[in-house]
Design a protein around this ligand. Structure first.
Ligand SMILES: [Zn+2]
Length: 378
């Protein structure tokens, strides 16, 4: 990128990393968002500050103009997974090759890279493209408060770009698993084990086991990419009592929307099975996220990305990821999305997290080139 200086980039990254913006620090995420937004505001971008909950900071939305439809939606999150005080305990440091600190990789650097790329874009490109940027403060808790706001843009945007760090081998992401979490309590009827056929006892443990085995035997399959993990399962109180209580926590992950729908249908079936057996169900928690599933349009965008890479001497590669990001829900809105567009490093969500300095410029060059190419084709 023209006039790129890694030193200047790091000078700007340091104060961002030194702000505590994890859970319980809503003001830190707001402050991070405002610092990121300022250079774009200075260049005439529209800034909207959205208060979405008192549990997280403000969500910042920036646009180069108001529009019915947008060409590109760029998303980064300003929160981290770390508790209050972590940034003071472990401030930004660097050596020749790497930078360290809280959220240095996940993903303050990706957010800053977005700003740098947008600031570098020539006027002709910005004239052609309607761009909207979201800095959300709640991604690490699953974006519960900003998802609807972000999706309201995703539904009317052609391309999505999420700036989570690229994989350590430099590859990007067009496919992420979706996830369902189910925490279910089963209430049966207790009775003496010696009179099981006479006393009307109903085993909650049997029903729970039936659910687990049905789900696993039908869906847990490496070929479809669906996994079922009964991470917590417990029940009963004594060996000679028919257990009247059991509960299970399931973590279900899938690559395809069709699999998610099949699992949901199966849960309906199992609910009917429990009712027929006289077991009462209490749903403690149930949540679901769609998978990030590539479409024909995604592969077409990858072709464009390959052209860009060929022109600048890079290679474009993609890799599936098991974890979720904002790319899951924005791509489910029909917005053709690539994730992992931030510079890379490793060990996010741990104290060993680092950013590899040599990857900053090439990654930004690629996205810059992709934006120019999208504008060219318009
Ligand atoms: Zn992240």
């Amino acid at each position: 990128m023209r006039d790129f200086s890694v030193e200047t980039f790091l000078q700007q990254l340091e104060p961002l990393v030194n702000i505590d913006s994890g859970l319980g620090n809503p003001d830190g995420a707001t402050q991070t968002g405002l610092m990121l937004a300022q250079p774009l505001v200075d260049r005439g971008w529209i800034l909207e500050r959205h208060t979405v909950s008192d549990k997280c900071g403000e969500c910042m939305v920036l646009k180069n103009r108001e529009a019915e439809r947008y060409d590109v939606l760029m998303v980064g999150h300003t929160d981290t997974v770390f508790p209050a005080g972590e940034a003071i305990k472990r401030p930004f440091t660097r050596d020749e090759k790497r930078a360290y600190g809280v959220g240095v990789l996940d993903m303050k650097q990706g957010c800053l890279a977005m700003v740098w790329i947008l600031n570098a874009l020539p006027k002709e490109v910005l004239d052609k493209l309607n761009i909207v940027v979201v800095f959300n403060p709640d991604e690490e808790i699953g974006s519960p408060y900003t998802r609807e706001l972000t999706d309201s843009y995703a539904r009317r945007t052609e391309y999505g770009m999420v700036f989570e760090a690229a994989s350590t081998d430099g590859s990007h992401t067009i496919q992420r698993k979706g996830m369902m979490r189910v925490h279910m309590e089963f209430l049966g009827k207790a009775g003496h084990a010696g009179y099981a056929f006479d006393n009307g006892g109903i085993s909650a443990v049997y029903e729970m086991a039936y659910w687990i085995t049905q789900l696993i035997s039908r869906f847990h399959n490496a070929e479809t990419g669906t996994s079922i993990n009964a991470g917590v399962a417990k029940g009963g109180q004594a060996v000679n009592i028919i257990p009247d209580h059991a509960e299970v926590e399931l973590d279900i992950r899938y690559e395809k929307l069709s699999e998610m729908e099949k699992v949901e249908a199966c849960l309906e079936e199992l609910t009917a099975h429990a009712e027929a057996a006289g077991v009462k169900l209490v749903t403690k928690k149930r949540s679901k996220s769609a998978p990030m599933e590539p479409t024909e349009k995604t592969y077409a965008l990858c072709e464009l990305a390959k052209e860009v890479c060929a022109e600048i001497g890079q290679t474009f590669a993609t890799k599936k990821r098991g974890g979720l990001s904002d790319a899951n829900h924005i791509s489910a809105c029909g917005c053709t999305t690539i994730d992992g567009l931030g510079p890379t490093g490793d060990f996010d969500h741990s104290e060993d997290e680092y950013l590899e300095l040599s990857t900053i410029e090439p990654t930004m060059d690629f996205v810059y080139g992709l934006l120019c190419k999208i504008a060219d084709r318009k």
